[in-house]
Design a protein around this ligand. Structure first.
Ligand SMILES: [Zn+2]
Length: 308
């Protein structure tokens, strides 16, 4: 079966101020790197309020809509900005993940990658932060549980920053396991091992600055993969950030392109064992354009190989 690539031009209309690392060129470079890949290409749909409200209150959505500027920027927090095109892009980020979940669970494709921006994993229930407005991965998990009737969904976040938003949104959800590996110490400062969720449903795996791929592989083999297999999710959603790459300017881990391919292969192998092969991946961070393109392409190539 095939791998789906879900994206939309709206991702190119979410603007950030000059010099901001989370910029339009990220999607342009990533899609260019995937141009020759044999993928099922799908346009990301717009998520309605009912989908976003699986994780965020209506008042929060309304407040964002109310602050969306007709031109220029509205600053939501220190590094998070609304531009005129931002909320369509954010809604299509959510919609893309929902569509991916539908396609993968429905058996239309083996797995799927959602290439949208802004990212989502820092958005908390009522708080935009870290370039994020809506928790795409967590909303996708809730959709799979509440609408499609799955009993267990795992979200695995290998972005270099802790997925504080996803953790917040899934904290009380015992049908979901959230696993995050991340550099520590690093912004946003959360993600300590003692943060384990209301139902022991959160696993945080901090990695010290300078950790390379060998360290990451050992930690995943030791702690992440056994936990994932024991939970036996019916779907694995991957928060795929590529900022743990050696070249990334925002952090200090030293993963190489091969390490992103490896972790993807391993997650797909576990999915084949316990999740009927179902994997949905959604783009989070990754701020060196070349590293993002290369590691992102390695990630998608591994998805395609697993889906064959
Ligand atoms: Zn990140």
């Amino acid at each position: 079966m095939a791998t789906a690539l879900i994206t939309h031009d709206a991702a190119l209309r979410h603007e950030t101020p000059p010099g901001h690392p989370e910029r339009i060129a990220r999607i342009e470079h990533l899609l260019h790197a995937l141009a020759g890949f044999d993928l099922v290409r799908v346009a990301a749909q717009i998520a309605g309020d009912e989908d976003i409200e699986r994780c965020h209150p209506a008042s929060y959505i309304g407040s964002l809509e109310g602050h969306a500027p007709a031109r220029g920027f509205h600053q939501v927090d220190g590094d998070t900005f609304l531009s005129p095109g931002s909320l369509e892009a954010a809604r299509r980020g959510v919609g893309g993940v929902i569509e991916a979940v539908d396609m993968v669970v429905g058996g239309k494709v083996a797995n799927a990658f959602v290439a949208m921006r802004p990212p989502g994993h820092h958005a908390e229930r009522q708080k935009s932060m870290g370039f994020c407005f809506f928790g795409n991965a967590a909303i996708g998990a809730k959709y799979a549980l509440d609408v499609l009737g799955l009993e267990r969904v795992a979200v695995v976040d290998f972005d270099v920053h802790h997925g504080n938003g996803t953790q917040d949104l899934l904290w009380h959800e015992k049908r979901a396991l959230f696993v995050s590996s991340h550099q520590s110490p690093l912004w946003p400062g959360s993600g300590e091992p003692h943060e384990t969720g209301a139902h022991d449903n959160v696993l945080n795996v901090p990695l010290p600055p300078g950790s390379d791929g060998a360290r990451m592989r050992a930690v995943y083999e030791d702690r992440v993969f056994p936990r994932l297999k024991a939970f036996a999710p019916e779907l694995i959603i991957v928060s795929a950030g590529f900022d743990a790459h050696r070249a990334d300017p925002l952090a200090n881990l030293n993963w190489e392109n091969d390490d992103f391919a490896w972790v993807t292969e391993q997650l797909c192998a576990i999915a084949a064992e316990v999740s009927s092969g179902r994997v949905v991946s959604t783009l989070e961070g990754g701020y060196d354009l070349q590293a993002l393109s290369e590691a992102g392409a390695a990630h998608v190539a591994a998805l395609m190989e697993a889906g064959r």
